[in-house]
Each structure stands twice: as C-alpha cells, then as structure tokens.
Design a protein around this ligand. Structure first.
Ligand SMILES: [Zn+2]
Length: 372
C-alpha cells in the first residue's frame, strides 16, 4: 500500500515522510483513531515507505521487490498481529490468509467486520499472551533484508493484560532495528505505561471534501448524493460504506426520517408507536446511522432557512421533503432537537432498550415540532 492509496490525511502523510527523511523514527509508535479514518492503511504505507528500495520524496515506488512483497503481504520483515478467536487459535498464524484476503479487499474495516469474517459464531476476539511470545520470537530473528523489522499490531486495545505486559517489556528493551506500530481506537483501554513508551500519531476524521471525492468515484454517486453522505458519515469511510449498503438493501433512511417527522407532527400516536417498533427491530448499527442521518437532516433545515438552498447537502428527493419541512425547524427548537438525538445516540451505545428510546424520541419530536 502506498500513501497515495490512503484517502486524504495529507498532513499525517507529510509528517510520517518527514520523520523518515530526517531519520527521526521512534521504535514504538501508536496510531490513535477509528479504523474508518485510515490508521491501518497509513501504517502499511509508512512501513512500505521505510522498506522501499527506491522511494521518491513523497511515496514508496510500488515497483521494487520490497514494495511488491508488501503488496502481496509476504514481506519477511513486515509482521502483523491482530485479535483472534481464542477457541480456534491462541495466535494469529492460522488466520493469516483471512487477514491477507481482508486487506486485499480493503484496509478500511472494523473489528466487527473482522469478527464476521473469521468466526460464524461472531465471538469476541482478543490478542493473548501466546501471541506476544510469537511477536517476540519474530522480532528476535535477524531481518531478512538487513533493514528494519516492522510489527503492526491492529486493535492493540484488544490485548489482554498478560499480553500487554509482555509487549511492554519488549518495548522497554526492543531488539535491534525493530519498529512497533500499535493501532488503537480507544487509548483509554491501553496501559498508561505502553502509551508513555510510544510516539503518538492522532489519526483524525477524513476531511469532508476528501471523503466526498472518494465516495463519488468509488461508488459512482452523483455530486449531491456524495455530498450528503460525506456530510453525515463523520469522516469515517466505514460508516459511509455502511450507509451505502443500507440503501442497497432498501432500507431508506429518508423514509424513516419522514415517517418520524410526519407522525410526530400529526400527533398520531399509533403511527408513532409503529414507527418506534420498526426502528427497534433494525440492528444497532442501523439505528446509530439513522440518528446521524436525522441530525444531518435537521442541520440542513437550519442551513436552508438561514443560508439558502445553495448551501445544503442533500439529494433531490431529500430536497423535495425539506422544502416543505424546513420551516418547522428553527432557533426555537433546533438546540433541544439536537440534544435529544445526541442523548439517544449515547444511550444506544450503552445498550439502552431501543424500543423505549425510539418511543421517547417520537414524543420529544412531537413536542419540539409544535414549539416552532
Ligand atoms: Zn519500492
């Protein structure tokens, strides 16, 4: 993977390249950020840049033997470690073919995507102490190509305590010419002692314009659709893909949104209850996306009212609804509306009862729409 294959993140790429050129690379790095922002792709492009035999000022060459081996995920000095289902194997080795397949498909995937790929029972995978012995063994060997040996640990927060302690020991006394790149979404779950040993690189959301260009091209969307999805997928390519998949499955976010607003405006309690029932039956990820979508649509109403049609990011269908609906969203209710949506999202993440949550949201919407 080359830097040019990673969506956006121009500043981070520059920073990584600068470090290599100035020979200021820490032997332990921690990339912090959601997988949907591209931390794995960045780590791989970085590793490829370091190992490339013919690099240019801004990227690896993509052609030399080293680059080619990395592309095939068969470079003897680039290692990966990742969570595995313990009842199947304590180490990542038997899962390596799945791993290769996944990365060849896309380097943007969540832990849940990974679970679905490796275990039909969808059991939670971890990185165990046996894996840390394997990591140590691989890094103790001399590098094949005489340069760096690089170990990328994906979802480092899934290391159990024993494993984390063992990794800490290796970080404290690293074998010669080795480099660790730990990737993590939640720094709160890592040992403080590990964090303090690492140089931290924060991988933030992909910028809206970068994301838009990518999804427009990759999913062959028109500009309005791409604009709309980029605006509420929170700079996260995995979320953007989930939203697009939902649409493919005839799950229309727009229809659910219209139904919520229509039934609450009419104070039709039966319809409201039916809507909440329906929402409760869809999966949690869909429910979360629906809430993101709702807050995006409400924001568009405000933008439409105060800044004009040319500034909103919606599709033609969505526009037709908002044209009539947007006057009902204004300074009197927008703040409370957003607060209710944020609160619902927060509660969903903490596994609140979806039926109660969406019923409550209906009644809150009813109150707020009539406040306007
Ligand atoms: Zn190369």
């Amino acid at each position: 993977m080359q830097f040019k294959d990673v969506i956006g993140q121009a500043k981070l790429k520059e920073k990584l390249i600068y470090g290599v050129r100035k020979k200021k690379i820490s032997h332990a790095q921690l990339f912090l950020g959601d997988p949907g922002y591209g931390s794995l792709g960045l780590a791989m492009a970085f590793a490829q840049f370091i190992l490339c035999e013919n690099k240019t000022a801004e990227d690896s060459c993509g052609q030399c033997p080293s680059c080619r081996k990395i592309n095939e995920l068969q470079h003897p000095d680039l290692h990966f470690s990742f969570p595995t289902v313990q009842s199947v194997s304590k180490t990542s080795k038997p899962f390596y073919e799945d791993w290769r397949g996944q990365i060849k498909d896309s380097s943007y995937f969540s832990l849940f995507d990974w679970i679905k790929k490796i275990d039909s029972k969808e059991r939670k995978p971890i990185i165990s102490v046996d894996e840390s012995y394997d990591i140590h063994r691989k890094l103790k060997l001399k590098s094949y190509e005489g340069g760096y040996k690089i170990m990328i640990i994906w979802m480092a927060e899934e290391m159990n305590t024993q494993c984390a302690n063992k990794i800490l020991k290796i970080l404290e006394e690293p074998p010669n010419k080795t480099m660790f790149i730990l990737l993590s979404k939640e720094e709160g779950k890592l040992l403080d002692t590990i964090i303090s040993r690492c140089q931290i690189l924060r991988v933030n959301r992909i910028s809206e314009p970068d994301l838009k260009i990518h999804i427009e091209k990759d999913f062959q969307l028109n500009t309005e659709e791409a604009d709309s999805i980029a605006s509420y997928s929170e700079g996260n390519i995995i979320k953007a893909k989930e939203i697009l998949n939902l649409d493919e499955n005839d799950y229309s976010l727009k229809d659910h949104f219209i139904e919520l607003m229509r039934s609450s405006y009419k104070k039709n309690v039966i319809d409201m209850m039916n809507w909440a029932d329906q929402m409760a039956q869809t999966g949690k990820e869909r429910q979360k996306i629906f809430l993101l979508y709702t807050s995006h649509m409400l924001r568009q109403c405000i933008i439409k009212n105060y800044a004009g049609n040319q500034n909103i990011k919606v599709s033609e269908d969505e526009f037709n609804f908002l044209d009539k609906f947007s006057p009902f969203i204004n300074g009197k209710n927008i703040r409370d509306f957003m607060k209710s949506i944020d609160e619902a999202y927060y509660q969903l993440e903490r596994n609140a009862n979806a039926k109660i949550l969406f019923t409550l949201l209906c009644f809150q919407s009813m109150r707020m729409l009539h406040k306007a």
